[in-house]
Ligand binder design. Structure first.
Ligand SMILES: [Fe+2]
Ligand SMILES: [Fe+2]
Length: 210
């Protein structure tokens, strides 16, 4: 049995230091600010807004999409060097690629916080939070909406390299938008710390890798 490594803050300390009121648009910013993550609070607000709009446009549930946007990055309260230890202590299944690049674990850690701190039980929302960085095979429209909202909500004054093509592709469909970003990741794969297997599976399923 592997030893449970110490990690900070613990789920228990987060739970005892925070009381969710039941409104994510208030609870998430309060939680993030309380944990010194002001910037993430602004980012989550942008993703929630973008996700709501994309869901309306592409026939997903706007309120579920908004919830996914609020929650997707709440685990940013664990710095990169704490993510592996936190995931191990919380019993999260860790893939070899995630062990190598623990940053990616934040999508799975956010699912735990969504459930345990914010009391979210909607499996569709938790699914979208849990694949917002990598996407996955068999993704729902809601998964895709939150994935794309995160890529559109960019907190810099200039466009990200994928933005013009992504916006143009979304004029066609949500899937076409996903393909643009997946293709971008695939083309960058040698420069990435790891190429996540869920992304590879999504790429194959959507015809980005043949
Ligand atoms: Fe993220
Ligand atoms: Fe994000």
């Amino acid at each position: 049995m592997s030893a449970i490594l110490p990690y900070q803050p613990t789920l228990q300390s987060l739970r005892s230091g925070f009381n969710a009121k039941g409104w994510l648009n208030e609870d998430v910013p309060t939680f993030l600010v309380q944990n010194d993550c002001q910037r993430a609070a602004a980012h989550c607000a942008s993703v929630a807004r973008a996700a709501y709009q994309l869901a309306e446009r592409f026939g997903a549930d706007p309120l579920a999409a908004e919830a996914g946007g609020w929650l997707h990055d709440v685990s940013v309260i664990w710095p990169n060097d704490q993510r592996l230890a936190a995931a191990e202590a919380l019993g999260i299944e860790i893939l070899p690629e995630e062990r190598k690049a623990p940053m990616i674990l934040h999508q799975k850690l956010s699912v735990v916080l969504a459930r345990e701190i914010f009391d979210v039980r909607d499996a569709a929302v938790l699914s979208a939070v849990g694949c917002h960085t990598t996407l996955k095979a068999g993704a729902s429209s809601l998964d895709k909406v939150v994935f794309i909202a995160d890529k559109l909500a960019w907190d810099e004054p200039y466009d990200a390299p994928w933005h013009p093509d992504l916006r143009a592709a979304l004029e066609t469909s949500l899937d076409e938008g996903c393909r643009v970003y997946l293709r971008y990741l695939w083309e960058q794969r040698d420069a990435l710390a790891v190429f996540h297997p869920w992304t590879a599976e999504a790429c194959r399923e959507m015809g980005v890798i043949v």
